[in-house]
Write a protein that binds this ligand. Structure first.
Ligand code: NBP
Length: 470
């Protein structure tokens, strides 16, 4: 019996995706560079299942029904190229390779072309939801050869998380469109996580709240329009106690966060495109600063600042913190979606942003109740420049912007850093400002570099000999 699909890479994601696909009635061939891992997987988790272990690439390719469908779940970067180098020569015209890892979109663009030159089909596919999602229903963002997507559409639709508006998988466009959407998804994820961390810091250091008390606040927010995966897990994390010590585990965790790449790539691409994604960027920088633990420890003894404790009414503060967090989270989606819009225009992806919102509704880290009104706004106005211009976000800005100002102002007065919330506020304040001080910047550029400027009172390009006049 030949397999319907093959999975290469038997680490966490590959194993769970193979089990998910098998559970939907398909036969799956599996292969891993290190044979012991395949053996262990098959013996521990795949007994009695339609899973065919293979121990060479030739055996793996032979085990597959034609046209072959191969899902690659190996570490992003050079391992993908190494695997493709061995795999491509064994495949036949019309076979499909799907890279389901977090590959950089530029690598995917190159690999799609390499596959095409060999008559093969290729899909660069972002898969979100981590280990749990891979097994029970991930969110799948595919891009590359459309015919390739049609070959696996049925499998993807069956293994994906089932959202309120259909299975959370979709085809986003040619080339690297799928991996680009997944990268920006991760950028949004960074910004929401940083916003939540700032809210936690304000409640903990500012109000002196205990983890259980903060969990109650997150529980309340979860029941409201902010509810979503990251808020749910935060509530659970805050309630979790270390079984040995009995203390909240979160307080025992070292405060240095890693940033593996996709948040950084998302920001790098935003800079290249000239699209504003400051809240996502600040979230990446916040993690970078957190990693300077020793320097921070030393600086904390040298650089003074105000006491973090806030003398405010707790209920009023947490009430207004909701508004600040709400607007910051909307800013994260607004910036990410704007980046997708600009990338699509520049790279010819033809992205459907409402479809991205639909695919993010379940199975992924940024799933949120907010995606329902976000999708509605994008369906009504597919070329919407920024979420804040559409309802219900326009009204939310009016309702909550004073809360965001009040919360960040208090944070500044008490020396508690809130880079994501600050950037969300200044981003919208700059976006809604008809006249920014960039006129002075243009004058400075013209002064020192003769870069010229345009005027508001007449047409043309101008240069002034500022030294002569001054
Ligand atoms: P890892 O990213 O940890 O990669 C381990 C796998 O890559 C193993 O199967 C390993 O084989 C294989 N591999 C390596 Br390392 N170098 C190789 C090479 N040169 N040739 C062939 N195979 C090689 O696995 P993962 O955490 O399951 O993630 C897989 C992909 O999915 C990654 O791109 C990841 O970024 C992405 N992703 C992960 C998550 C998550 O929650 N973990 C979520 C979403 C996306 P070996 O056993 O022989 O060393």
């Amino acid at each position: 019996m030949k397999a319907d699909i093959g999975v290469i890479g038997m680490a966490v994601m590959g194993q769970n995706l193979a089990l998910n696909i098998e559970s939907k009635g398909y036969t799956v061939a599996v292969f891993n560079r290190t044979a012991a891992r395949t053996k262990e997987f098959v013996e521990s988790k795949a007994q009695g299942k339609r899973i065919i272990p293979t121990y060479s690439l030739e055996e793996f390719v032979d085990a597959l029904e034609k046209p072959r469908k191969i899902l690659l779940m190996v570490k992003a970067g050079a391992p993908v190229d190494e695997m493709l180098e061995g795999l491509f020569p064994l495949l036949e015209r019309g076979d499909l390779v799907i890279d389901g890892g977090n590959s950089h979109y530029a690598d995917t663009e190159r690999r799609v072309k390499e596959a095409e030159e060999r008559g093969l089909l290729y899909l660069g596919t972002g898969i979100s939801g981590g280990e749990y999602g891979a097994l029970h229903g991930p969110s799948i963002m595919a891009g590359g050869h459309k015919e390739g997507y049609e070959l696996v559409r049925e499998i993807f639709e069956r293994i994906a998380a089932q959202g309120p508006e259909g299975p959370c998988c979709g085809y986003f466009g040619p080339g690297s469109a799928g991996h680009y959407v997944k990268m920006v998804h991760n950028g949004i994820e960074y910004a929401i996580m940083e916003t939540i961390a700032e809210a936690y810091d304000l409640m903990k250091r500012g109000l002196g709240m205990a983890p259980d008390e903060m969990a109650e606040v997150f529980s309340d927010w979860n029941r409201r329009e902010l509810g979503g995966y990251l808020f749910e897990i935060t509530e659970r994390i805050l309630r979790y106690r270390d079984p040995e010590i009995g203390k909240p585990l979160v307080e025992l965790i070292l405060d240095t966060a890693k940033q593996k790449g996709t948040g950084k790539w998302s920001t790098q691409s935003a800079l290249d495109l000239g699209t504003p994604a400051p809240t996502i960027a600040m979230a990446v920088f916040a993690r970078i600063i957190s990693a300077f633990k020793e320097e921070r420890r030393a600086a904390s003894r040298v650089l003074t600042g105000p006491e973090p404790s806030l003398s405010v009414d707790r209920a009023e503060f947490t009430g207004r913190l909701f508004g600040a967090v709400y607007l910051s989270v909307v800013a994260a989606y607004a910036q990410g979606l704007r980046q997708l819009r600009d990338a699509s225009a520049e790279r010819g992806y033809g992205l459907d942003l409402a479809e991205a919102a639909r695919v993010w509704m379940a199975g992924c880290i940024i799933r949120s109740k907010l995606l329902v009104p976000i999708r509605k706004a994008l369906l009504e106005q597919p070329d919407l420049p920024l979420l804040f211009l559409a309802e219900p976000f326009k009204s939310a800005w009016e309702k909550y912007h004073e809360d965001l100002r009040w919360v960040t102002c208090l944070a500044h007065q008490h020396g508690i850093p809130t880079p994501a919330m600050d950037s969300a506020l200044t981003f919208v304040d700059a976006y809604r400002c008809e006249r920014l001080p960039a006129n002075l910047i243009q004058a400075q550029r013209d002064f020192f570099g003769a870069h010229t400027y345009q005027r508001v009172d007449k047409e043309g390009t101008f240069h002034t000999d500022w030294e002569a006049v001054a």
